[in-house]
Ligand binder design. Structure first.
Ligand SMILES: NC(=O)N[C@@H](CC(=O)O)C(=O)O
Ligand SMILES: [Zn+2]
Ligand SMILES: [Zn+2]
Length: 346
């Protein structure tokens, strides 16, 4: 008997679509399965003002495949010059659904991010007042801190003080990778949410480093020890309503990844639903997949739940395409390193 699972159409609460030829190449990989996505603003130059977000949204809508129904939920890139009134207007018009905080230098295209957190206090206070969430890349940039500790240290040094200083600010810890972040989420109130990626549920740091260096498994925050991966699986399969899917699908062309200084980012959009079904199935928690992928995030962002569905079917291992060809070069598709038995029914 074939096993199948029908869930509400999922949303992706953390997605990189890039621009131009890359946007055109990768967008169908998301719109095939997802109804909405929070679109990350780390273009070069970044999406800083409401007008930038409006123009980027138009470019995404123009690139949509024929017949696709997909709602890009736009974000603004927080800089030390961000104007609270511009943010409030972009939110009030229904255009912008979150503001993204990158500590300067923490990750791909974060050079325009924040160095001095005091300088963005007025924006954060405005956001708390109007209920606009702050999405946070939570890693310290202090070169003395070991790269595997940067998320945990960020929570203690930056995130917790920032949340205490700005009561009512709604915060999403993006792409969490540690048991520390899971614990912090568990002890916090409903103003704190967290996204978990596809790949951090499936790989640990051995995947990157054991048996030769594997640039296609490199992303930020970097994958941690197996105990941390296990904590993430426990979090998402336990039904914590404040944890939801943000794939952090982050396409880079082959030459930028297979490089002496390869950049951070893993492209998971084409295989995410098959991967998640495998993870939840192996945990014996398939019944929790819908909450994680299609319910909790909408609730956190105050959006209606999807009224359409997708069906996953279990069978022989699927074939994973190695590359997606784009006008900006080939992009390697995430290889979970294990057979995937679930496919999305067309
Ligand atoms: N996750 C990554 O490793 N890379 C992301 C940036 C980010 O989300 O930090 C990217 O834009 O490529
Ligand atoms: Zn990030
Ligand atoms: Zn990201």
């Amino acid at each position: 008997m074939t096993q199948s699972l029908t869930i509400r159409r999922p949303d992706d609460w953390h997605l990189h679509l890039r621009d131009g030829a890359m946007l055109e190449g990768v967008l169908p990989e998301t719109t095939r399965h997802f109804g909405r996505a929070i679109i990350m603003p780390n273009l070069v130059p970044p999406v800083v003002r409401g007008d930038d977000a409006r123009a980027y949204r138009d470019r995404i809508l123009r690139a949509l495949p024929e017949g696709a129904t997909f709602e890009p939920l736009m974000t603004l890139y927080l800089t030390e010059e961000t104007d609270p009134d511009d943010v409030a207007a972009a939110h009030a018009s229904g255009l912008v659904h979150a503001v993204k905080l990158y500590p300067a230098g923490a990750t791909t295209n974060s050079a325009s991010g924040v160095r001095d957190f005091d300088r963005v206090a007025p924006v954060l206070e405005k956001m708390a007042e109007i209920g606009l969430p702050l999405c946070v890349h939570g890693e310290v940039t202090d070169g003395k801190i070991d790269i595997f500790d940067r998320e945990a240290v960020f929570i203690d040094r930056i995130l917790d003080p920032l949340r205490r200083r700005t009561p009512g600010l709604r915060v999403v810890m993006e792409h969490i990778t540690t048991a520390n972040a899971c614990a912090y989420l568990a002890e916090s109130d409903g103003d704190l949410g967290a996204t978990v990626t596809t790949h951090h549920l499936m790989i640990n740091r051995n995947h990157i480093l054991a048996g030769g260096i594997k640039p296609h498994y490199y992303c930020l925050p970097v994958a941690k020890r197996e105990v941390h991966r296990e904590a993430l699986v426990e979090l998402v399969t336990s039904g914590n309503p404040h944890a939801f899917l943000g794939t952090d699908s982050a396409p880079h062309a082959r030459d930028a990844k297979e490089n002496a200084c390869g950049c951070a980012g893993i492209f998971t959009a084409p295989v995410t639903l098959s991967c998640l079904a495998e993870v939840f199935d192996q945990a014996g928690k398939l019944d929790m997949l819908e909450d994680f992928a299609a319910v909790n995030g909408a609730a956190f962002y105050g959006k209606p739940q999807a009224d359409t569905q997708v069906t996953l079917v279990k069978g022989d291992p699927i074939e994973i395409p190695e590359w997606v060809e784009t006008g900006a070069g080939p992009v390697r598709v995430f290889d979970p390193g294990m057979p995937l038995h679930w496919r999305v029914a067309e």
